[in-house]
Design a binder for this molecule. Structure first.
Ligand code: NAD
Length: 476
């Protein structure tokens, strides 16, 4: 299927346009490739109303039917996978192979989540039956970022629906197209109102977090915005799950083969032009092999072609938007002004396109901005260490606690180090090993709650305890 150029919101199963629109820019060309509706507050109210109206029937549906419909969302993505992938490249910038991966992962996720069910725990105590069950919350407001828009949408949609909730979903204004398309296709799959897709700017996000008809906000984005979401959700005591930024450390032990490990380290840091919440953002390398790993990384980086993601042969695309381009460019300029040495990169070309070259910084001080801040763009500091205790302390010296990785031939030692990292996820000798069965979330200021696995599913529910005993016992 090839998608046409019109984009409509989905409210109550119907296409909805808006008086105002927002332009969507292809980050590789800086051309406006579409205009999407900029929802009014009344349109958000209509979406919430539709989701509330759909909730009683949807939540009462047998679990097997909800499971089948969540699987059908996956089928729907697979049926149009090439069109989704091409559209994702156009709006997000990432080369096609990475977009194919994102769309395929979305489908896999729906199929995996469709096998989950809500547990019921029964305890018998002194003639009393105690049943602990999980009930859906109502309407979930989902707010997603621009780095992996369709995956972030599915990570919320699949478990929220399976648990019996209905949804109002707002993608980032920078990357709304794939999510709008998904909404259009789901009009033929789901009952009206079960999934509503609205587009607009940051105000629309704020209205969702304020809205009294929404029971929970599931948010993925920056830590600064996440704090605003929590503050605003507090006014109506909405449940929140917040997946936010990280400043993840990778720790390379001295026993690795520098040449063999360099490609995995490179992609762990630079996949999606480093716009991944759990990318390696500080790479600690043991002093014994620092020079060798640095050289191998630079040699590997020289083989990488940066270009328009729709062109064959591009390994990395542009960063996704002007704001992020300016932010990363200014970080590069500051790093330069502070006198730190670049092993590669550091010169941002003139446009068109938000292209930033792979930039690697040679052992800057621990308090340099390029080390302390999440860049969310292709600039990586390499940092030297020679003592394990010291590197663990430095890795943990952050307000973030999203992920981390350890690289070694000695998996037991790597595990012992991993257990001491103050992060929600630790990967050993691999990166981005997400699983629908493994909870994912941030420690410290990287998150509240988790997504995925049973723990993630249960965040879309309330716990309900029902106790019972024979009436005769009460009378006695
Ligand atoms: P962002 O916080 O700017 O925006 C995220 C979403 O929130 C967008 O849809 C935006 O329109 C909306 N929004 C903005 N202001 C809002 C408000 N006041 N109330 C409600 N919603 C509002 O983040 P971004 O720049 O799109 O994404 C990049 C950030 O996301 C990075 O920090 C990255 O680490 C993080 N991220 C985290 C994860 C994770 O799972 N932990 C995954 C991907 C990205």
């Amino acid at each position: 299927m090839i998608f046409d150029g019109n984009y409509t919101m989905t409210i109550a199963g119907r296409p909805v346009v808006s008086d105002k629109t927002l332009p969507v820019v292809n980050p590789a060309t800086e051309q406006v490739i579409a205009h999407v509706p900029d929802a009014s507050r009344a349109q958000l109210d209509a979406a919430v109303e539709a989701a509330r109206a759909a909730f009683p029937a949807w939540s009462a549906r047998p679990m097997a039917e909800r499971q089948a419909l969540v699987a059908a969302i996956g089928d729907c993505l697979l049926a149009s996978k090439d069109a989704f992938s091409a559209l994702l490249t156009a709006e997000q910038g990432r080369p096609r192979a990475g977009c194919d991966w994102e769309v395929a992962t979305c489908a896999d996720w729906c199929h995996a989540v469709s096998t989950f069910t809500l547990p019921v725990e029964v305890r018998e105590e002194a003639g009393r039956r105690v049943e602990i069950r999980h009930t859906p919350l109502g309407v979930v407001g989902a707010i997603t970022p621009w780095n992996a828009p369709i995956l972030m949408a599915i990570w919320k949609m699949a478990p929220a629906l399976l648990a019996g909730n209905t949804l109002v979903l707002k993608p980032s204004p920078y990357t709304p197209l794939t999510t709008l398309r998904l909404g259009e296709l789901l009009r033929d799959v789901l009952p009206p109102g079960v999934v509503n897709i609205v587009t607009g700017g940051n105000d629309l996000g704020q209205w969702i977090t304020d809205h009294p008809g929404i029971a929970k906000v599931s948010f993925t984005g920056s830590t600064a915005t996440g704090k605003r979401v929590m503050e605003s959700a507090a006014r109506t005591l909405k449940r929140v799950t917040l997946e936010m930024g990280g400043n993840d450390a990778g720790i390379v032990l001295p026993d690795v083969d520098p040449k063999a490990v360099a490609p995995a380290l490179f992609w762990g840091a630079f996949f999606n032009s480093a716009q991944v919440c759990v990318a390696i953002k500080r790479l600690y390398i043991h002093a014994d092999i620092y020079d060798d790993v640095a050289r191998e990384l630079v040699d590997y980086a020289r083989t990488i072609r940066i270009g328009d993601g729709s062109m064959q042969g591009s390994d990395l695309g542009p960063v996704q938007n002007r704001m992020q381009f300016d932010k990363v460019s200014s970080l590069i300029e500051q790093t330069k002004a502070e006198g730190h040495r670049f092993l590669i990169g550091g010169e941002v070309p003139e446009g068109p396109g938000y292209f930033i070259p792979v930039t690697i910084v040679d052992n800057p001080p621990e308090d340099a901005r390029v080390v302390t801040e999440e860049a969310f763009g292709p600039i990586l500091p390499l940092l030297k260490y020679d003592d394990i205790e010291d590197v663990i302390r430095r890795a943990n010296d952050s307000e973030s606690g999203l992920g981390g990785s350890v690289w070694s031939n000695d998996i037991d030692q790597a595990r012992r180090i991993g257990e001491r990292l103050q992060t929600g996820t630790v990967w050993i000798n691999e990166m981005f090993a997400f699983s629908p069965h493994a909870p994912f979330g941030g420690h410290k200021q990287s998150g509240v709650g988790v997504e995925h696995g049973m723990a993630g599913l249960l965040e879309f529910t309330n716990i309900q305890t029902i106790t019972s005993r024979p009436l005769a016992a009460a009378a006695g």
